[in-house]
Ligand binder design. Structure first.
Ligand code: DX5
Ligand code: ZN
Length: 216
């Protein structure tokens, strides 16, 4: 079953709790929360206090994507704030194995992410330590970009590696995903699609979520 994780970057952030309730009603499986530090990526989004407050108003699965330098400094606090899935970038962390293990030891799903230019093979030695690999399909930092087609091959390679090594790990894709490219991503092996603009900007969000899921 393909899962859809709408990114609130494209939501009305002045009314975040209502926006999250709305995508739940429209059939989203989880909500994607993009944390940016103005350092690992040039943009700044939101952080701990927003997630903490939202946690009090929503029982959805919080899929937290950390685009921050040295994520090991903050992981425990994002878990306390309410993350159910916590993903950080391999490019931002010196000891990913240790951090993945720490996240898992707190009962939270641990995800490792790669930017478009990072070879997918770099995560192969981490597969025993994570629950999800997030293959970025755009350069991280901004919503509303166009998917980089070459990234789809990375999903295909990773899926083949998971099969070969017998790992049952989710493959998440993020950036520029819409009902035109969702099918190809799903056939390549993606199991969780993140979508900001194509869900939140749609006039019928339930139809948009359904279109993404059923496009295989
Ligand atoms: C980009 C973020 C994405 C982004 C997706 O750095 O990680 O989650 O919000 O937005 P769309 O679907 O609009 O590309
Ligand atoms: Zn994201």
């Amino acid at each position: 079953m393909i899962k859809i994780s709408p990114s609130v970057l494209a939501a009305d952030l002045s009314d975040l709790a209502a926006e999250v309730a709305d995508i739940k009603r429209c059939g989203a499986d989880m909500v994607h929360l993009d944390v940016m530090d103005g350092n690992f990526v040039t943009n700044i989004s939101f952080g701990l206090p927003v997630i903490q407050s939202l946690r009090k108003k929503s029982d959805m699965i919080f899929d937290v994507h950390l685009m921050i330098d040295k994520p090991e400094r903050y992981a425990a606090r994002f878990i306390d704030a309410g993350a159910d899935i916590l993903t950080f970038h391999i490019e931002a962390c010196d000891n990913p194995v240790e951090l993945l293990d720490e996240i898992r030891s707190q009962g939270v799903m641990a995800g490792i992410s790669v930017k478009p230019a990072t070879p997918i093979e770099e995560v192969y030695t981490l597969l025993d330590h994570c629950d999800m690999v997030l293959v970025m399909t755009v350069e991280p930092g901004y919503g509303g970009q166009k998917l980089i087609p070459e990234t789809i091959e990375k999903v295909r390679k990773l899926k083949a590696e998971l099969k070969k090594t017998g790992h049952f790990i989710e493959i998440q894709v993020d950036g520029g995903i819409n009902d035109t490219n969702a099918g190809e991503l799903i056939s390549a092996g993606a199991s969780i699609l993140v979508a900001g603009s194509s869900v939140f900007v749609a006039s019928d969000r339930a139809a948009a979520i359904n279109a993404l899921r059923c496009n295989a």
